[in-house]
Design a protein around this ligand. Sequence first.
Ligand SMILES: C[S@@+](CC[C@H](N)C(=O)[O-])C[C@H]1O[C@@H](n2cnc3c(N)ncnc32)[C@H](O)[C@@H]1O
Length: 244
Amino acid sequence: MSGKGIVRLGIWMKQAVRRLGATTWPRRWKESKELAFWKAKVKTDGVLANHYYRHFCTTHFGLAESYYDGKVILDIGCGPRGSLEWASMAARRVGLDPLAKEYLKLGANQHKMEYVDSPSENIPMKDGACDVVFSFNSLDHVADVERTVSEIKRVTRLGGLFLLLVEVNHKPTECEPHELTPKKLIELLKPQFVCEDLQVYRPVDPGMYRSIRADEKFDSPGDTKEPGWMSARFVRTANESSGG
Ligand SMILES: C[S@@+](CC[C@H](N)C(=O)[O-])C[C@H]1O[C@@H](n2cnc3c(N)ncnc32)[C@H](O)[C@@H]1O
């Protein structure tokens, strides 16, 4: 076989393995990709930075740090950075991720927060156990958005908050299999959650947090069809008339 033939065969085999993996074990495949991303990040960065979560959990959503005094807070799809280390005033600070066990091996065992190894489709917490639930750059990563939203409704107490940052209007990818829109998400969270504040930021940088900090917002966030980063603050109401 010629050199070109060998290269072509190599590319074909790589694509075949990817197709087989992605279709036969979609969840495992997605998790292996997510983990490979974070392993590479730890290799280049060493200790992963987490200082910016304090701003995004407080000032960004119009909340003082004292708001979290004695509260139970849950970060869904928390990643390995130690997203809740800032919240020493909380009664409990829980990061939930199906890769949590792997993240502990990557350095998360040093963090001052709890890690729970579980997918958000099945949150091992009691009804109404949480005062605040976060999902930052994770809701389009989960396997089942409807089940996840139903679990967020279940574990958030009445009057509690759901703080959401998520990419919207993007084509599905291996690790982000859902194309979400602001309208779809607001409908899905109803009637239990009411949206108090909604913004969609232009993706001026590949990173979500830097794009949001750049503060270039779409004028009609609820109707935008362009890719962007949605930021929304939801409050849990007593309304249970329909939905999950
Ligand atoms: C892009 S990372 C975001 C990490 C962190 N929230 C941040 O903003 O830095 C997406 C995270 O979602 C997690 N994830 C994927 N599927 C999930 C699921 N079913 N339930 C909860 N988290 C999930 C991944 O393991 C990954 O840690």
